[in-house]
Design a protein around this ligand. Structure first.
Ligand code: R5P
Length: 288
């Protein structure tokens, strides 16, 4: 087995190779210093992959990383890889999981269709709608990132976890079992992409260190209202923890209210403090 990493996920790919004790194959991402003037992507697989089971790790965010993933998958196949497993830590376009209006594509499926051209199977993490993986044209599995978050929060010695909405309850539940602390939840209503409202609810948080656990932090709007509620109810310390730190628009300002923010390495950011390499390595070992 060999591991190849796209430029969005090199550190994670190296981590997965280390966990599995298999070789890591370097990739060149520039033909000339500075890259192509029109900013098209370039990839060149620098090691031998012929006859190997190749694990190709690449997050599909931002958009140029999708092109890079397809180029790498094609290059690895052309170079004679026997089996190709795509590890897409953050599956960009996952939220367009159905046709909301006539004339739209089901974008998540569009990406999957193109992946299936060269890849034999797909592993991803905390995809927006795991049920849709069954509709993909290649075998696909969602891997949980919550063990990594749970381990971090255990060492941070938080007193309890909070799911900021109904969707996050399953994440908070899983992380709380690993961190060994209880969890509670809020109810959230999304008004628009930037605005959410929560239903007032009494929480037993006075004097406590609380970690808000979610799959994604995007604009940080969800975290901002949850932090406000926790502070109003007397929480001593508030940490925001997520698998995917997308951090767009007003995220920086919204997250200022937190004592700490942690995200995994599915998307690299200054808040990346946890690696999900052990979780993906375990899923790869289980592939059979
Ligand atoms: C929603 O279901 C997700 O779990 C997150 O709560 C949401 O994507 C976070 O978005 P934002 O940071 O923009 O509030």
């Amino acid at each position: 087995m060999k591991v190849v990493g796209g430029s969005a996920s090199i550190a994670l790919a190296r981590g997965i190779a280390r966990e599995l004790s298999v070789g890591f194959v370097d990739v060149a991402f520039e033909k000339h210093p500075g890259g192509f003037p029109d900013s098209e992507r370039y990839v060149r697989v620098l090691g031998r992959v012929s006859g190997e089971h190749v694990v190709l790790v690449q997050t599909t965010h931002p958009d140029p990383m999708i092109v890079e993933l397809f180029l790498l998958a094609d290059a690895v196949r052309d170079a004679g890889a026997m089996r190709l497993t795509a590890v897409v830590p953050y599956f960009g376009y996952g939220r367009q999981d159905k046709r909301f209006l006539d004339g739209e594509p089901v974008s998540a499926k569009t990406i999957a269709k193109h992946l299936a051209v060269d890849c034999d199977e797909l592993l991803t993490m905390a995809i927006h709608n795991p049920r849709m993986l069954k509709t993909f044209p290649l075998p696909a599995r969602d891997v949980s990132g919550m063990p990594a978050i749970g381990r971090y929060l255990k060492s941070a010695k938080v007193d309890m976890l909070l799911a900021p909405d109904g969707n996050a309850i399953r994440f908070a539940k899983e992380a709380s079992a690993i961190a060994g602390v209880p969890f509670d939840s809020l109810e959230k209503k999304r008004i628009d992409s930037y605005t959410v409202k929560i239903t007032p609810k009494a929480l037993a948080v006075r004097g406590k260190s609380v970690a808000i656990v979610d799959d994604v932090i995007s604009t940080g709007g969800t975290i901002a209202v949850a932090v406000k509620e926790l502070r109003a109810q007397g929480a001593r310390q508030v940490i925001a923890a997520c698998v995917h730190g997308v951090f767009v628009g007003p995220a920086e300002a919204n997250l200022k209210a937190c004592d700490d923010v942690i995200a995994t390495d599915t998307i690299l950011s200054p808040y990346t403090k946890v690696s999900v390499a052990p979780e993906f390595a375990a899923a790869i070992r289980a592939l059979g």
